[in-house]
Design a protein around this ligand. Structure first.
Ligand SMILES: [Zn+2]
Ligand SMILES: [Zn+2]
Length: 92
């Protein structure tokens, strides 16, 4: 029997389960999603979720820059993909 290979998405989910969610997130209509696995980790509808310690994709502030410098190569790659997606959405 061959072992089924995990998709990259599954691998990212497992990574989050083991190590916790990424410190970079995407925001959509007030919802905050983990940048790595895409799971919703909070919402700002009530203004409760604090993203000041997080890198928000598309954001270019000092906090985001300093978090970016500490990311692993793997996370930087994922972040790059997210930013490409975000840039595309912005153009449409
Ligand atoms: Zn996650
Ligand atoms: Zn920022």
């Amino acid at each position: 029997m061959t072992k089924k290979k995990l998709t990259e998405e599954q691998e990212r989910r497992i990574y989050c389960i083991k190590h916790g969610h990424a410190n970079y997130v995407t925001k959509c209509f007030g919802y905050v999603n983990c940048g790595r696995c895409g799971e919703q980790i909070g919402d700002q509808l009530g203004g409760i979720f604090d993203t000041r310690e997080l890198l928000v994709v598309g954001h270019k502030c000092e906090t985001c820059d300093s978090i970016r410098k500490k990311l692993s190569k793997h996370d930087l790659k994922i972040l790059g993909e997210l930013e490409k997606k975000e840039a595309k959405l912005g153009l449409e």
